[in-house]
Design a protein around this ligand. Structure first.
Ligand SMILES: CC(C)(COP(=O)(O)OP(=O)(O)OC[C@H]1O[C@@H](n2cnc3c(N)ncnc32)[C@H](O)[C@@H]1OP(=O)(O)O)[C@@H](O)C(=O)NCCC(=O)NCCS
Length: 161
């Protein structure tokens, strides 16, 4: 495929420091702040893949596995997992890092779907995705299953009306 891209070509990584004003009443990082960081980095990966403005169609899943402390470094990694016609599923891994020991742990994982838009803000076909590594191929297959399952569920819910 001429304009196909690999996940590596659009992968994005960034890092934040959790400040006190970003805490919840329990004294750990507020989930809404983490979600906004996830949405931001995931949208950048989708934008890099399709070379267009994108919108978040859905936050498909988010798992807060471990709390993140104030003062922790937070590493976010985003990569496009799968591309449909106009939609792109992006996976995000949020890693918390103790700034003193540099010990890391996966704190949050998420899947989001973005759609690239044309000049009239209508969905526009995205370049195909060519997974290369074993991990990329596994993520592609899993994402394909999630998309299929979501569409089947939507169809069944509509039939209930
Ligand atoms: C997302 C949006 C562009 C889809 O437009 P639409 O006219 O419904 O387009 P379609 O039904 O043709 O769907 C386009 C693609 O998006 C996917 N899609 C639509 N709604 C979706 C949802 N809720 N979850 C996941 N994917 C979705 C479709 O499966 C389709 O994928 P495909 O082309 O790869 O097969 C439109 O619903 C929208 O603008 N939503 C608001 C976005 C927004 O404001 N986000 C928050 C700020 S960024």
């Amino acid at each position: 495929m001429e304009n196909a891209k690999t996940p590596t070509q659009s992968a994005v990584e960034t890092r934040y420091l959790v400040m006190p004003h970003q805490a919840n009443p329990a004294g750990t990082a507020f989930g809404g702040v983490i979600v906004s960081w996830i949405d931001m980095i995931a949208s950048m990966a989708a934008q890099k893949h399709c070379g267009r403005q994108v919108v978040t169609a859905s936050i498909d899943s988010i798992n807060f596995r471990k709390p993140i402390n104030i003062g922790d470094h937070v590493v976010l990694k985003a990569a496009v997992n799968y591309v449909g016609k106009t939609s792109m599923e992006v996976g995000v891994k949020v890693i918390k890092e103790d700034p003193c020991t540099t010990r890391q742990a996966i704190a949050t994982t998420a899947h989001l779907t973005f759609v690239g838009l044309d000049e009239n803000n209508k969905p526009f076909p995205a370049p195909k995705l060519t997974p290369e590594t074993e991990d990329e191929k596994r993520r592609y297959k899993n994402a394909q299953l999630r998309v299929k399952t979501r569409k089947e569920l939507l169809g069944k819910l509509k039939n209930e009306k």
